[in-house]
Ligand binder design. Sequence first.
Ligand code: ACO
Ligand code: LMR
Length: 615
Amino acid sequence: MKDYELFSRETKAFIYGSQTAAVQRMLDFDYMCRKDSPSVVAMITPERGGFEKFFWGTKEIRIPRLTSISEASEQFPSADVMVNFASQRSAYEVTVEALNTNTIRTIAVIAEGIPERLERKLGELGKKLGKWIIGPATVGGVKAGAFKIGNAAGTMENIRMAKLYRPGSVGFVSVSGGLSNEAYNIIARNTDGLNEGIAIGGDAFPGSSLLDHLLRYEANPDIKMLVCLGELGGTAEYEIADALKDGRLTKPLVAWVTGTCAKVLPGQVQFGHAGAKADAANETADAKNQALREAGAIVPNSFDDYHLRIKETYEKLVADGVITPAEDFEPPSIPIDYNQAVAEKLVRRPTHFVSTICDESGEVHNYCGVPIDEVIEKNYGIGGVIGLLWFKKDIPVYARGFMEMVLQIIADHGPAVSGAHNTIVAARAGKDLISSLVSGLLTIGPRFGGAVNGAAEHFLYGLRNKLDPRQFVATMKGKNIRVQGIGHKLHTVENPDKRVEILKDYAKEHFKKTELLDYALSVEAVTTQKKNNLILNVDGCIGVLLVDLLHELDFSDKEIDEMISAGLFNALFVLGRSIGLMGHYFDQKRLAQPLYRHPLDDILYDVPDRPEKVG
Ligand code: ACO
Ligand code: LMR
């Protein structure tokens, strides 16, 4: 790059601070300028390393997060720009470190509120080291078609409208970022566009002055006219007037100093920027406009005519053959972020997930439409929650009570049953809670705990087909199918299962009728004639009573059959028994039980002396 250039299409930069939005805007600008690669090569974020994802067009790319300026400089020696987003508390120290880093030549300091004595020190250090500081208290600037500092130039729409994606013939400098954005549009509408625009920042001691940048533009052969927008306060514009008079500036300069309204306001007025206060008569906007006018700048009578003077100056330069208007092109469009497009209702897409039982997308999540706080306030209980999440119904209190009773009586049945056995063995093998729980749950099936579903299905089959109990038992026997819900390894007619008694009593007290239970009991009367342990077991009792309950809650046969095929009936056993299995896990952990190995004397070893040879 030439001495007068700070930025080019090859510029690589660091971003100091976690300003991901600013980085994305810089990458979108690069992309709109049809550059081959992003200008940001790394973020410098001392709080953490790693990387950050950004869009390059519609593709995602990763940009490293490095934790120090020195590390960044070593990894990316070609990066000579740093946009310093450090806050006013640390911006000075960070800028000094960057200035003292050999590979870094230009630093934009965004922070406002840096003490003036430190600002003056930064300016002196920058000049001493032959480096450029833009700011403090600035949004930065833009080299049209090449490089954009941080958030400078506003939205991508503003950038497109101001044609900043390609270089024009105008060099612009201002104090204010906001006024710069306005000026970029004025320049785009009245000339072939901006070549470079810098906002030096609104503090009293900027790291580089309006004149510093105008002199760069004067030396840049691609820039044919100069435009400046100053503001009341300070004397920077007199430096420009001097340069016009002594010939350091020869290109046509259209200038305006804002703040002329101050004269109609009572007393001295401090405008937005720290430096925007006319402490002396020569610091007023009128005085400075007049000085520029007298020095040969093109100064309108008011800001209203600013665009006219720019237009006239440009057109004359074109007529004189000094400017060949830059060719325009339609830049690549920048996809808008999906979330923004959704917010603006610009896009829609089919969903890949459906939930009709719980919605957490709002302020308070709800179960089938009942907000969670209401679930608690109205004492839905676990039975009510099962009603909402499993059956999608607000079920009555007696139905909630039935669910909760089932969960309580089915929670455990001792360490000897297959589920508890597996959980205990897994726990003693050192497995974690979930693995041990799952190993127990995996034994639930057609013989243990998993007969609730089958019982509902089998007894409904008999009832719907009007099979009398003997016919039903004989039919199932003939199909070589064990009646699910019948039989127990422990309980018999003489040693009934208390849980089954509790369930039957509850149903008799609360249910309107127990048609399927009555049918199952009639089947039990047949099976127990064969063997006294072929009783209606707890799985069977739960299964038939749940069918009776759902019928009372107006669920159709079709809905019940769908629940059976989905295994919903077994779910009550799984949910309840998980309490007991986890209990056994904790029990074994508390007891610090060693690895379990089955006793040899409890195994029949009937192994052949030698295997039969085949083939
Ligand atoms: N329907 C018809 N006949 C049966 C049934 C049944 N449900 N259960 C056992 N029998 C018969 C067997 O066919 C066998 O007859 P056979 O001697 O003519 O061959 C005889 O009874 C003994 O069978 P076993 O399997 O030795 O009996 P066991 O007492 O071990 O079976 C078990 C208990 C596993 C529960 C058995 O009754 C069964 O599989 N029932 C169906 C599944 C079920 O309901 N399980 C839930 C149990 S409760 C719970 O897990 C919480
Ligand atoms: C249980 O609830 O686990 C039992 O009914 C099964 C069994 O074998 O005891």
